[in-house]
Design a protein around this ligand. Structure first.
Ligand SMILES: Nc1nc2c(ncn2[C@@H]2O[C@H](COP(=O)(O)OP(=O)(O)OP(=O)(O)O)[C@@H](O)[C@H]2O)c(=O)[nH]1
Ligand SMILES: [Mg+2]
Length: 802
């Protein structure tokens, strides 16, 4: 719906005719329909544009009416008495009916003359539709038009009390006063109203007139705050607001009640708000802070006490000294800036039944504040920035009661405000705390302790579990002891029951324990801290001791501290206390003595022991296979046990030791370890070195695996023994068996006699690949094991069991 509205306003004051006014009214009617249409379609931009045009027209109409004494003659013919539709025959909603009923009621109360003219109907009803359906900028003209109806209805009330001093304050209300004056102009334009015979100031010369305006304002306030629309005004009974005033008392009925609900919290001391409203040439009202206490009022439009400015050069000022409602007015602005803060203690003074016009203006200002606040809410452009509520600088200028405790604390702290972590979790936090500086997020110190390390630890565990770890540096710290408690027993009739502070619990130890199911140190972490003991409590309650923290290690774990062996955990179930927990503190009950019946002394818990240990695992197996790479060690282990080490045709396939269990019929189990291959010069760190020889260091007997397919296989045996001697002297002299593998190959059968001829010990020829002669190996292995068991029994020790 695109409608081009050509301004029907005459450019000169002398051009104002009834036709031009009628044209403007029709245009306004069309505008209202367009606004409603755009509202239903959700086109806010177009809606705002047409609202601005409508606003200009209304302002101009009001200006004409305010300045023209013969406005009545210029107005079109009044509609019929039963006209209840808005301009253009808009459907009458319930709220409009309320307004009309009030309007008609006012007419009945007043002169009984025909209802308001088309202009009044248009202004009063049409914009009301808009305002009820949308908030913000529409509210302003709506409000003003609603006041028109009320003013018109209470026309006779103006003839009673007319304090001249009220002209100034009403005029001094800036742009808000524009709308009020328009309302009055409408009253003047009403041929049945008595106000039209007066000057433009007449409608403000009556306190009742002001109060009638307040009624309109209150309706707007209701619309803006309670969203109940203008129907509330009609539904609310208008009780006598000022008993001394007649004629309009019915209009004021309920107003006090309303304000009691809306502003019954009272107003405090006046606080300068330093705000002015500037209507620009486009109907937008900019908001600007300025000195408020001393504001001037410019008269630039004839003798009217109300000044209407369409151009952007106009400025509406407020003269607070003209009326004694500075507090009320400031309250108004505060209200519109902080709509959520409605706690104004002491505000009731403006609504007492015996108060004068000033109190009415007070309430009027509040209504305007509500109205204008909602009006500004929909503004865009530069004024919208100034409308930003709770600006940091604005907040700092506000009185304390308008600033929340939290915001005040932030302002006074002068430091970047770091919100709490749980606050940051609130998704609406950043939106709510726009006044605070840019939120600084926490340094994640706590998060790193609880989340990220945990994630890293899990990754490290997974990573470490992929590899065989046979040595580990561990930093262990025992748990700290709990603090002792210092307190005294007290109960009725036994106030001095003596000290009853309990001791703190001892910290937990860190214990290394051999688990036969653990095959490596991969599950051992680098840092351990024991569980702390709980502090002592009252009533002689001792703190709970910290639990012991067990670290599972594989059999054959050697514990070293500063290159000294402190523990050799070879048997399953062996334990070693790696770090002692701290002793718990003593409660004051512990210090009870004959010479001190009320000790207050209590001791803190002791910290746990800290140690740096080196764990070294040496594979605990009965037999260890030693051979050159590709000799077939892994293949042999696979052949005689259930172990599944990797087998490949390239050297150094095996990088970590593997242990396989050979089961015999008598349920004896012989553990056989497969270690990486050893080459000549391994002691010089050639190949994989010989560090892995530690894993055969604990083996009770050895299995030398020789590849018979290679020429001069005896050289392999010599080199192996040489390297073992380099690693540990006498290691090659342990009980052992010589295995000639790959006997299935033809070359092996040639080399086997040569090897056997050079050795005194019998060589066991076999084929791990084909399984040839494996029985001989198993029998010999069993003999070696039996010898080992006998030796252990002779030593009085239990043989290693798997
Ligand atoms: N023909 C034949 N080939 C064998 C025999 N035993 C092992 N092999 C082959 O020799 C190659 C090496 O076997 P592995 O078991 O990996 O030898 P390894 O001693 O474990 O080698 P590393 O792990 O590198 O020390 C593989 O290709 C096996 O198939 C056998 O008895 N006969
Ligand atoms: Mg291997």
């Amino acid at each position: 719906m695109s409608v081009a509205f050509a301004s029907a306003r005459p450019r000169g004051k002398g051009e104002v005719t009834q036709q031009t006014i009628q044209k403007m009214l029709d245009e306004n009617h069309h505008l209202i329909q367009c606004i409603m249409d755009y509202q239903s379609k959700g086109k806010t931009a177009e809606c705002t544009q047409y609202q601005q045009i409508l606003h200009r027209n209304l302002v101009y109409l009001a200006t004409i009416a305010d300045s023209n004494q013969n406005m009545q003659s210029l107005l079109p013919a009044p509609p019929t008495q039963n006209m209840n539709l808005g301009p253009g025959g808009m459907p009458q909603s319930g709220s409009n009916q309320s307004i009309h009923s009030q309007s008609n009621l006012s007419d009945a109360i007043g002169t009984g003359l025909p209802p308001s003219s088309l202009m009044q109907s248009q202004i009063s009803n049409g914009p009301n539709h808009v305002s009820m359906q949308q908030s913000g900028q529409n509210t302003m003209p709506t409000t003003s038009m609603s006041m028109t109806v009320s003013s018109h209805g209470t026309g006779p009330g103006y003839s009673h009390t007319v304090p001249a001093s009220q002209n100034v304050p009403m005029q001094g209300q800036g742009s808000i006063g524009n709308y009020v004056s328009r309302t009055n102009i409408n009253m003047q334009s009403n041929p049945v109203s008595m106000m039209h015979q007066q000057a433009a100031t007449s409608h403000y010369n009556s306190a009742q007139g002001g109060s009638q305006h307040y009624q309109g304002q209150s309706s707007i306030a209701m619309m803006s705050q309670s969203n109940q629309g203008s129907s509330m005004m009609g539904q609310r009974p208008m009780g006598p607001y000022r008993p001394s005033q007649q004629g309009s008392s019915q209009q004021y009925m309920g107003q006090e009640e309303y304000y009691s609900e809306q502003y019954s919290h009272g107003q405090g001391a006046s606080e300068p708000m330093n705000q002015q409203y500037y209507p620009d040439g486009h109907g937008d009202y900019a908001y600007q802070q300025s000195s408020y206490t001393e504001q001037s009022y410019d008269r630039s439009f004839e003798d009217s006490t109300q000044h209407y400015y369409e151009g952007g050069n106009s400025q509406y000022s407020q003269q607070q000294a003209g009326y004694q409602q500075g507090a009320a007015q400031q309250q108004t602005y505060s209200q519109q800036q902080y709509p959520n803060q409605q706690s104004y203690p002491g505000q009731q003074q403006g609504y007492g039944p015996a108060q004068g016009a000033s109190s009415q203006y007070s309430s009027y200002q509040q209504g305007q504040g509500q109205q204008y606040g909602s009006y500004r809410a929909s503004q865009t452009g530069p004024s919208a920035q100034q409308q930003r509520p709770y600006g940091y600088e604005q907040v700092s200028m506000l009185p304390p009661r308008f600033v929340s405790t939290l915001t005040r604390a932030i302002l006074e702290s002068k430091r970047p405000w770091i919100p709490a972590a749980d606050t940051l979790l609130d998704p609406g936090y950043l939106f709510k705390q726009q006044t605070s500086p840019r939120p600084l997020f926490l340094s994640c110190a706590q998060c790193s302790n609880h989340q990220e390390p945990k994630r890293k630890r899990n990754l490290s565990e997974k990573k470490l579990k992929r590899y065989f770890v046979d040595h580990r540096r561990v930093f262990v710290t025992g748990g700290s002891g709990g603090n002792g408690m210092s307190c005294f027993h007290s109960e009725p009739r036994k106030e001095y029951g003596g000290p009853d502070g309990g001791d703190g619990g001892d910290g937990g130890h860190i214990i290394l324990k051999v688990d036969r199911h653990v095959r490596s140190l991969s599950s051992v972490l680098s840092v351990y801290r024991g569980f702390d003991g709980e502090p002592g409590g009252s009533k002689n309650c001792y703190g709970r001791n910290g639990d012991c923290l067990y670290i599972r290690v594989p059999p054959g774990t050697l514990v070293k501290e500063e290159n000294e062996i402190v523990a050799d955990l070879s048997q399953p179930g062996d334990e070693y206390i790696a770090a002692l927990g701290g002793a718990g503190g003593k409660g004051n009950r512990f210090f009870l003595a004959n010479d001190n019946r009320a000790p207050v002394t209590c001791t803190p818990g002791q910290p746990g022991q800290e140690r740096v240990l080196y764990l070294e695992m040496k594979t605990m197996a009965h037999a260890g296979m030693v051979g050159f790479p590709n000799a077939g060690k892994s293949s042999l282990l696979r052949a005689i046990s259930n172990a599944k080490p990797a087998v490949a045709s390239y050297p150094f396939t095996t990088l970590n030791p593997h242990v396989g269990i050979v089961h015999y019929e008598d349920y004896q189990q012989v553990a056989v370890a497969d270690i990486p291959g050893i080459i000549r010069g391994a002691h010089q760190n050639r190949g994989l070195g010989f560090a892995f020889l530690r894993h055969i260091e604990r083996c009770r007997f050895l299995l030398f695996v020789v590849d018979l397919s290679i020429a001069e296989p005896w050289t392999q045996l010599e080199d192996l023994k040489y390297e073992l001697e380099k690693y540990e002297e006498g290691l090659s002299e342990r009980p052992h068996a010589i295995i000639g593998n790959k006997i299935d190959l033809p070359q092996s059968k040639v080399n086997l006699p040569q090897l056997q001829a050079r050795l005194e010990q019998k060589v066991i020829p076999l084929s791990a690949l084909t399984g040839e002669n494996l029985e001989e190996l198993l029998l010999h292995l069993k003999e070696l094991y039996d010898d080992y068991v006998q030796i252990e029994h002779k030593r009085g020790q239990e043989p290693l069991n798997w």
